[in-house]
Design a protein around this ligand. Structure first.
Ligand code: F6R
Ligand code: MG
Ligand code: MG
Length: 364
């Protein structure tokens, strides 16, 4: 760690390199391999610390280091780990082995090559609580609703009203992922403009959130696999890092939006709307109709670059009701079968396998 300024970079890099069984979960041998690889990197001081986990069929590498964001060294470490994992996945004939490895050769940064990335360089505070959210069977737009609630909605985050250090609000960086444009909107002043954009969560995605003094508060992965590959290769299954407390939303305010299992795109064949179910890591194995979509939340105290944790934050009975609600909504949505609005609208089906079927129809 750069002791002088206590600078540490958090990198969460993830990929689906093979499912066990089908797309439902991850094989323990893959996790063991990733653990071994990153332990080696910690030994050789490439990393301060790491934690390996999975959310459904996605392998999640949570790392701390002093190389900054977009570091070739760290991205190569992640890429090589996924590559070795893919070889093992192929040996075990796991399903969709190497699914998110869209290229054969590493070119310096995993962005645009398949894996999802969320990174933030921080100056470690006196105490540094963070939450890493990881989702399966959904797209990066899934974070828009909860991030808005955490950082802009006083009905969720009472701190926006009663904590003088939060009262000024936050700045949201929005990516228009289809047109490659960015916007920065300040809340509460530009709240309506913000909502005008992020309500379209397939197009506009919250990339990062800062305090007005420039302090980084949250960052998400915005990679859209289909846009990278030009065809359907599974959903993006995004990740997001949020810092908490002391002038930022409290941990309880960060988790609160997930008590409402809002509808997100993804689920079976990446082609359906379904409720985002908050669950513990060990129950994040989407089986029903390859879903419903899951989110897990790992809490850490970052201490001199070390990841003290994780605490599995949704492993708590206070989220039981949200899970029951999600199951109810899952039944309701499933009963529509192949009809909208359970199935995505046709515009969003562009990057699924449906166009292939429609092409054949034309020939007939
Ligand atoms: C969703 C997902 C799965 C698959 C489905 C069909 O993100 O990955 O729902 O789309 O299991 O998979 P294939 O076409 O490989 O049989
Ligand atoms: Mg998969
Ligand atoms: Mg997945």
């Amino acid at each position: 760690m750069k002791v002088k300024d206590k600078t540490v970079t958090l990198s969460v890099i993830k990929a689906d390199i093979g499912g066990y069984v089908g797309h439902s979960s991850s094989h323990p041998e893959i996790l063991a391999l990733a653990n071994e690889r990153l332990a080696q990197a910690k030994k050789t001081k490439k990393l301060f610390d790491f934690h390996v986990t999975s959310c459904g069929d996605d392998l999640e590498l949570i790392m701390t280091h002093d190389q900054g964001e977009d570091s070739k060294i760290i991205h190569k470490l992640a890429w090589d780990t996924f590559y070795a994992g893919t070889e093992l996945a192929k040996k075990l004939k796991l399903y969709g082995a190497g699914q998110d490895m869209l290229s054969d050769a590493f070119s310096g940064n995993v962005k645009g090559m398949g894996p999802g990335v969320a990174e933030m360089e921080i100056i470690e505070r006196k105490s540094e609580p963070i939450i890493v959210f990881m989702a399966d069977k959904t797209a990066p737009g899934a974070w828009n609703f909860p991030l808005y609630k955490m950082f802009a909605d006083p009905f969720n985050t009472i701190g926006l009203i009663i904590d003088p250090s939060m009262h000024d609000g936050f700045k949201f960086e929005i990516h228009d992922i289809k047109k490659d444009r960015n916007f920065t909107l300040s809340c509460p002043e530009e709240m309506y403009d913000l909502l005008a954009l992020i309500g379209s969560s397939e197009d506009y995605i919250i990339k990062s959130i800062h305090k007005k003094d420039g302090t980084i508060a949250a960052v998400s992965s915005t990679q859209k696999l289909a846009l990278i590959a030009g065809r359907y290769v599974g959903k993006d299954d995004p990740v997001c890092i949020v810092r908490g407390q002391s002038g930022l939303p409290a941990i309880g305010e960060i988790l609160e939006p997930f008590t409402f299992p809002h509808l997100v795109s993804g689920w079976m064949r990446g082609s359906h709307y379904g409720p985002l179910m908050p669950c513990s890591q060990k129950t994040a194995n989407p089986s029903r109709f390859d879903g419903p979509p899951r989110v897990i939340a790992y809490g850490f105290q970052v201490s001199n670059g070390m990841l003290v944790g994780p605490r599995d934050m949704f492993d708590d009975p206070s989220f039981d009701y949200a899970r029951d609600w999600a199951n109810n909504v899952a039944y309701f949505m499933r009963t529509h079968g192949p009809f909208e609005p359970h199935r995505l609208p046709s515009g969003e089906m562009e990057y699924t396998t449906l166009p292939e079927v429609l092409k054949r129809l034309k020939i007939k």
